[in-house]
Design a protein around this ligand. Structure first.
Ligand SMILES: [Zn+2]
Ligand SMILES: [Zn+2]
Length: 347
């Protein structure tokens, strides 16, 4: 089959590799119908983790071609979306849909190690398929199914961890795809105002179209912009959807006393300068996490089905898998207004 492979720093190639085999008796092989490139794939692309030889891709929708003998709730022919994060698949936490709390293997994102290939490919081996996939219900679009594999649960978690109360003011830092999901999710909680902070004009325009007040953070004016826009008060909740030191510190700086800062941007630094005096004197809450993806599906599916989650059209580009190298480069440079790209493995 053809698969995307990271071959060097900022280089991906589409190469022919062996077809995947079942990861175990509870696994399945999926023919990939659509897959996306995630902001966290760019961490691999930039060589922030050892990545040579990794086959990336953790946002996958497809049809089951083969199941192992222990699979009970999925069958050949089922059209499924796959959790971007998996784990042992046997323990209580995994059975509750919470791979993050798995004590056996811990959470593993598909396509981040050579031991667990990802789905930017024609075929994908999924472990513990009963737990880590969802049969796509009638009426859920392919695009929304792909969003449910990772970034919608992540953005939703950003809003949830902010503990937004009706009438609160909220600032979302970063209007990339996860920030857009966080903005859509935050609106569910009845805030009075949502500020959207970014530096890319198209992204700010998109946020404004979704009902947010855009704040252009050019010249490092992120936190200050929010503080000025709230006449010095600051916001009740800041959701951080970038993972940069600067935006995390802006989020911490722009909340009012007793503010809540919720971080879903990826930051893997072990030695982070945390403004402790601010946190202490303003009695802030700070939470950071990535999503227990399967556990969110029962909340998110009805919201998508009834139309109360307005996700807009985050997929600005559709390309063939064969164009993956160009797609990565465009996504990395945000060129041509690219917010998110859907890859079609048949092309
Ligand atoms: Zn992702
Ligand atoms: Zn487990």
């Amino acid at each position: 089959m053809r698969a995307v492979v990271l071959t060097a720093d900022k280089t991906v190639e589409v190469v022919t590799v062996d077809d995947p085999v079942l990861s175990g008796p509870d696994g399945a092989i999926i023919k990939v119908e659509a897959t996306a490139i995630c902001g966290s794939d760019l961490h691999l692309y930039h060589g922030m983790l050892p990545s040579a030889g990794v086959q990336p891709g953790h946002e996958v929708v497809g049809t089951i071609l083969e199941v192992g003998p222990d699979v009970r709730e999925r069958a050949v022919g089922d059209r499924v979306l796959v959790s971007g994060v998996v784990a042992c698949g046997h323990c209580g936490a995994c059975r509750r849909g919470d791979p993050i709390s798995c004590l056996v293997t811990g959470p593993i994102a598909l396509g981040t190690t050579p031991a667990l290939h990802g789905g930017q490919a024609e075929l994908l081996a999924v472990p513990a398929v009963d737990l880590f996939t969802l049969v796509i219900p009638e009426g859920v679009s392919t695009e929304n199914a792909v969003l449910l594999t990772d970034i919608l649960p992540t953005g939703f978690l950003g809003a949830q961890m902010g503990n937004i109360q009706p009438g609160d003011s909220v600032a979302v830092f970063g209007m990339g795809p996860v920030g857009v999901m966080a903005l859509a999710s935050a609106k569910l909680y009845g805030p009075s105002q949502i500020f959207a902070v970014d530096v890319v004009p198209e992204r700010l325009a998109r946020a404004e179209a979704m009902g947010a007040i855009p704040i252009n953070a050019t010249d490092d004016l992120g936190a200050l912009g929010v503080i000025e826009a709230t006449k010095g008060r600051g916001v009740n909740v800041a959701i951080e959807a970038v993972g940069n030191q600067r935006t995390i510190q802006d989020a911490l700086s722009c909340v009012a006393a007793r503010g809540r800062v919720s971080m879903v941007g990826v930051n893997l630094e072990m030695d982070f300068p945390f403004p402790m005096a601010l946190a202490f004197l303003k009695a802030l809450s700070f939470r950071a996490a990535f999503a227990a993806i399967p556990s969110t599906w029962s909340n998110l599916l009805p919201l998508i089905a009834e139309g109360s989650l307005d996700l807009g059209d985050v997929f600005t580009h559709r390309m063939g898998l064969s164009e993956a190298s160009k797609a990565y480069e465009m996504f990395d440079n945000k060129s041509d207004g690219m917010l998110k790209v859907l890859l079609d493995p048949s092309r």
